[in-house]
Design a protein around this ligand. Structure first.
Ligand code: DX5
Ligand code: ZN
Length: 232
C-alpha cells in the first residue's frame, strides 16, 4: 500500500521562546517526526541544542523524536540521547570508522531505537555499505550541515536514488530515505520522485505564515511526484 511521504520539521528554525506552541502547531499540522539538529561546534561550525532540551521535549510530544547528531563523538553521546527520549538516532558516517559505525547502529538497536546513518553532500553514498543492511533510515544531506535556511544542492536526487538502489541490493527494502536541507514545495518533488520517504523542513515550515498549510503543501507536492514516478 502506498505510504505518504513523511514530514520532519526541524526545530532549529522554530521560535525557541515559544517552542511548545511551535511543536503543537506541527503536531496539529500532521507532521510525522520532530527533527532535532544537534551541533557541537566541532563536527560543524554551529552550536545548537542537546540532551537537556530533548529531555523536556520528548515526553511532551507523540511525534517521533528524530535526533540528527552532527557531533564528533557520537559513540559517547548516543546513550545520553536515548536515555533522554530519542526514538530515532541519526549518526554521521564521517564522524566514525566503519567499525565504529557498526557499533553505533548496534548500540541504537539494542536500546530499542531506530537507527539512521547520515551522509554529508560530498561523502560517497558507498560509505553506507558497512551498515546498509541494518539501517532503518539513511539521511542524504542536501546542504552542507551546519545551518538552516540554505539552498538545496542541485543533483542530490541522484544520490537519493543511489542510496535506494543500494538498500534494495542489500535486501533492506524497508529502509527509509530522509533528505535534509533546503526542502520546500519546489525541491520536495525532485527528491520524492527519486525515492525519498522522509523530508526534513526547517525554514519551509517554521518561517511560513501558516506552518500547517506548509506541511500539507510540501507533502502534497512530494506525494504527487512520487506517485507519478511509481506509475512510470
Ligand atoms: C542543517 C540541518 C537541517 C536544517 C534544515 O545542518 O541538519 O536540518 O536545519 O533547515 P532548512 O530546511 O531551512 O534547510
Ligand atoms: Zn538535520
Amino acid at each position: 500500500m502506498y505510504q505518504p511521504v513523511k514530514i520532519a520539521p526541524s526545530i532549529l528554525s522554530a521560535d525557541f521562546m515559544r517552542l511548545a506552541a511551535d511543536i503543537a502547531v506541527i503536531e496539529e499540522g500532521g507532521a510525522n517526526f520532530v527533527h532535532i539538529d544537534v551541533m557541537d561546534g566541532h563536527f560543524v561550525p554551529n552550536l545548537t541544542m542537546g540532551v537537556p532540551l530533548l529531555k523536556q521535549l520528548a515526553p511532551a510530544t507523540d511525534l517521533v523524536c528524530d535526533v540528527h547528531l552532527m557531533i564528533d563523538n557520537p559513540l559517547t553521546q548516543i546513550p545520553w540521547f536515548i536515555e533522554a527520549g530519542a526514538d530515532l538516532v541519526n549518526v554521521h558516517v564521517e564522524a566514525l570508522t566503519d567499525e565504529e559505525l557498526r557499533r553505533a547502529v548496534a548500540m541504537i538497536h539494542e536500546a530499542g531505537c531506530l537507527a539512521a546513518a547520515a551522509l554529508k553532500p560530498k561523502t560517497p553514498v558507498a560509505a553506507l555499505a558497512p551498515v546498509i543492511a541494518d539501517l532503518d533510515m539513511a539521511l542524504v544531506m542536501s546542504v552542507e550541515p551546519g545551518f538552516s535556511g540554505q539552498s538545496y544542492i542541485a543533483g542530490t536526487e541522484a544520490r537519493v536514488a543511489e542510496a535506494a538502489a543500494m538498500a534494495r541490493a542489500a535486501g533492506n527494502e524497508a529502509m527509509l530515505i530522509q533528505v535534509d536541507g533546503g526542502i520546500g514545495p519546489v525541491t520536495a518533488p525532485l527528491v520524492a520522485a527519486a525515492g525519498a520517504d522522509v523530508l526534513v523542513c526547517g525554514n519551509a515550515v517554521f518561517k511560513a505564515e501558516d506552518p500547517a498549510a506548509a506541511i500539507a503543501e510540501v507533502r502534497a507536492a512530494a506525494d504527487k511526484a512520487r506517485l507519478a514516478a511509481l506509475a512510470a
